[in-house]
Design a protein around this ligand. Structure first.
Ligand code: URA
Length: 269
């Protein structure tokens, strides 16, 4: 009996799980029907008859509307520019309200590793594990990244790691172009302040956002690009994202080649 009664709820939960929903936005359920505005009764009142008092309409809790994307991108540019250090940048990002992803993420995922490192790697956006821990690349793809770095003699203490978007998109969906655009000034400033010798873009979206290239990652991986940090020109290379390598292990040999080239370039500088 109970099983039959619970069925729709379970079906709904299954649907949510398949759709990638794995986080609650609030702890307490909200009855949207109860908070809906009562409709104004369409009643004509005859002359001389006192009309009934108008129904009381409850004011809804004011949720500040997020700024328009252009406005948010402009605010992001100003805010990012004002940061003089990486600590200041992290604090400014923590207070920035222009990206709607902040509302659904658990916390800001700013960076991991050594900000003075010569090698900086930039991914796309935090996933579930990163959102929980507040650090980039700590989940399955992060473990693979650690092994790839170890293969060329690096670890978290000798590289600096960040993402284009510092808040987890719900259900690990791809950030929208607008979300990436709004967050871009912050990662650009982060690179400028960290001032690495070599920049590695992990995956196509990172390469496209940072290097302004349109081609896909299969075409661009392993190639050297010039990246202007704002302070100086450095070398940048796109390579496969570790999450892609987990799905397509045969491609690891190309990533291995890229990492060898990165190591060689660092040794020569
Ligand atoms: N994928 C990314 O692009 N970044 C992370 O931090 C984790 C997974």
């Amino acid at each position: 009996m109970t099983a039959t009664r619970d069925r729709p709820a379970r079906d709904l939960l299954d649907f949510y799980t398949e759709a990638g929903v794995d986080a609650l936005l609030g702890e307490d359920p909200v009855d949207r029907f109860a908070t809906a505005e009562a409709p104004t009764p369409r009643v004509r009142v005859a002359p001389g008859v006192t009309s009934p008092p108008a129904p009381e309409i409850k004011a809804r809790a004011a949720t500040p509307a997020p700024p328009a994307p252009d406005e948010a991108a402009m605010a992001a540019r100003g805010a990012a520019k004002s940061a003089k250090t990486l600590d200041e940048l992290r604090a400014i990002l923590g207070k920035f309200e222009g990206c709607a992803l902040k509302a659904t993420a658990t916390q800001l995922v700013f960076a991991d590793g050594n900000p003075s490192a010569r090698l900086m790697l930039v991914g796309e956006a935090p996933g579930r594990d990163e959102d929980i821990e507040g650090l980039p690349f700590v989940g399955r793809s992060g473990k693979l990244l650690d092994r790839m770095l170890a293969a060329i003699g690096f670890d978290r203490a000798s590289v600096y790691i960040a993402n284009i978007v510092p808040w987890r998109p719900p259900g690990n969906r791809t950030p929208t172009p607008q979300e990436s655009q709004i967050c871009l000034p912050f990662i650009l400033r982060q690179i400028e302040l960290a001032d690495p010798d070599i920049l590695v873009c992990l995956g196509g979206p990172s390469a496209q956002a940072l290097l302004g290239i349109k081609d896909g990652i299969t075409k661009t991986r392993g190639r050297w690009f010039t990246f202007d940090t704002g302070k100086r020109e450095i070398h940048a290379m796109p390579t496969f994202h570790p999450a892609f390598l987990l799905r397509s292990p045969l491609q690891k040999r190309f990533a291995w080649r890229d990492f060898l080239a990165i190591k060689k370039a660092l040794d020569q500088r």
